[in-house]
Write a protein that binds this ligand. Structure first.
Ligand SMILES: Cc1cc2nc3c(=O)[nH]c(=O)nc-3n(C[C@H](O)[C@H](O)[C@H](O)COP(=O)(O)OP(=O)(O)OC[C@H]3O[C@@H](n4cnc5c(N)ncnc54)[C@H](O)[C@@H]3O)c2cc1C
Ligand code: SF4
Length: 478
């Protein structure tokens, strides 16, 4: 009789891959979590209860077939687990590393709701695909037939790359344009190596090139080539440009030197770690070494900044957030990692202005308390009058979120409709924009979101583009 390998959650406890010691990891940019050993991955997968209605799958934006690939992993059938996992996810090893699983798949695991801890879904997903890379199972695209239609994709972030993969598999000629010199979008230049090592992203870019995706890097659409020219060169266009306009702070002293934008800071660090010559790192403008750092914000970007500052050798790193720990938008896991690495959180604190003449030397901080819930149900922070104080700082990093750039103006295309937040207006199902043959996906549609949603949108938009191209072909044949 076959032995049931699953439902072991009653006897086997949850175990994450080993986390490197804070004292060791806070000096380099290597990932924090180590790989599962094969036995551990099998053991942890065997904890899944194989529910009839898997809520983990429902709450994964890609609807990954999680219970089935957990079962295959528990049975040691890793190649089949990989085939199944990559069928719904273009970059499973990336999502396994950086999805906020506590809010998505793992946050809805039924065994947790029955008092046992959740299955470590993300770590198993990472393990399956990292093993597939090691074993040579991850292959470049070889389309069965080549088609003559071409699609231009603006933006080489996860949305654009996921769409490119899907279109190329169907034999479409794909060119991706990006203003940066490397593909990957925020996977390459936003997210630090301690969450996502860069060779994990680069090997994906290389594989797409090998499969026939053409990358036109250092090409800023709207500056180097007009949007109209790009449209006339291709049969369809996908816009996946992300959101990059940093939200600003006002207040006295906000134009002082030494108050910098989070993404400038993170990009400089990522570039330098990839071996680029970055003058702002060398001259100290975007370098925390030996400085008192204050980061303003409570999201994932703020967490990445504080942890980068620790690694650059800051004298002290403080994070100001206007609500409390419970109400932070950033992942709890990353906040805990930051605390372990030596970051000090100053909860219920908001910046009111800056001290310094020409150069910043401190942040004027208002102390806050939580008042009545707002329309979203979150308690609104209220200032405690008379409780202001100054937090000393040599470098202040603003991590308050991002807005979209004004694409209709930048691209001289007023007919491209946008929402009142400036994101591109698309059809909910097809991702088509107000311009025929032009689609959009990822953060430029959703606003600042997650990698897994960008992948989903990119895949869905690719399917709609294929349907559009097929319709065009049948019209031409009539
Ligand atoms: C610091 C930071 C940390 C994050 N951490 C996480 C995390 O841990 N987990 C998670 O799931 N998500 C995280 N996110 C969010 C995630 O990175 C984004 O949701 C995701 O990358 C969006 O993908 P995208 O393809 O829409 O855009 P992007 O990744 O932003 O890519 C857009 C690309 O378009 C290019 N581009 C823009 N305009 C033009 C133009 N005019 N011409 C040519 N190219 C252009 C850009 O250069 C860029 O390469 C983080 C974001 C930031 C900023
Ligand atoms: S893609 Fe993200 S949400 Fe989906 S199973 Fe993987 S880690 Fe969980």
């Amino acid at each position: 009789m076959a032995v049931n390998k699953m439902l072991k959650f009653v006897h086997v406890s949850r175990d994450m891959p080993t986390k490197r010691m804070p004292k060791l990891r806070n000096k380099d940019y290597n990932e924090v979590y180590q790989e599962f050993a094969a036995e551990k991955a099998e053991e942890q997968s065997s904890r899944c209860s194989q529910c009839g209605v898997p809520f983990c799958q429902t709450h994964c934006p890609l609807h990954n077939n999680i219970p089935d690939w957990l079962r295959l992993t528990a049975e040691g059938r890793l190649k089949e687990a990989y085939e199944l996992s990559q069928d719904t996810n273009t970059f499973p090893e990336i999502c396994g590393r950086i999805c906020p699983q506590d809010r998505l798949c793992e946050g809805n695991c039924v065994i947790e709701q029955s008092g046992h801890e959740t299955v470590t879904i993300g770590s198993v997903e990472k393990y399956i695909t990292d093993t597939a890379w090691e074993k040579g199972w991850v292959k470049a695209i070889t389309p069965k037939v080549e088609r003559s239609e071409s699609v231009g994709i603006i933006g080489a972030g996860p949305a654009g790359l996921a769409a490119a993969d899907r279109l190329r598999k169907m034999g479409i000629q794909v060119t991706i344009y990006d203003r940066y010199d490397r593909a990957g979008g925020l996977l390459t230049y936003g997210i630090p190596g301690f969450k996502l090592e860069k060779d994990v992203v680069m090997r994906r870019n290389d594989l797409l090139s090998e499969g026939g995706v053409n990358f036109e890097l250092n090409t800023n659409i709207g500056i180097d080539i007009s949007f109209h020219d790009i449209r006339s060169k291709h049969d369809a266009i996908l816009i996946g440009t992300g959101v990059y306009k940093a939200r600003e702070l006002s207040g006295i002293g906000s134009s002082n030197k030494g108050i910098v934008k989070a993404l400038d800071y993170l990009t400089a660090s990522n570039r330098s770690n990839m071996g680029d010559h970055v003058p702002e790192i060398e001259n100290g403008e975007l370098n925390a070494k030996g400085k008192r750092i204050v980061v303003i914000g409570g999201g994932d970007t703020a967490m990445d900044c504080v942890r980068t500052a620790i690694r650059q050798g800051a004298k002290s790193v403080k994070c100001l957030y206007r609500r409390d720990k419970k109400n932070m938008p950033g992942s709890q896991r990353e906040t805990q990692n930051a605390e372990e690495e030596g970051v000090e959180f100053v909860w219920l604190s908001a910046p009111k202005g800056f001290v310094g003449e020409g150069e910043v030397s401190g942040v004027v901080v208002s102390k806050m308390r939580l008042g009545a819930p707002d329309s979203s149900g979150r308690q609104s922070p209220e200032e405690i009058v008379g409780a202001d104080y100054t937090e000393d700082a040599d470098l202040v990093i603003k991590a308050l979120g991002f807005n979209p750039e004004n694409l209709p103006t930048l691209w001289d295309t007023p007919e491209l409709e946008v929402t009142r937040w400036g994101t591109i207006k698309t059809d909910f199902k097809t991702h088509s924009t107000s311009l025929p043959g032009v689609y959009a996906a990822g953060d430029i549609v959703r606003g600042a979101s997650l990698v897994v949603w960008a992948i989903r949108d990119g895949r869905e938009a690719a399917d709609s583009i294929l349907a559009f191209l097929d319709t065009q072909t049948s019209i031409a044949a009539e």
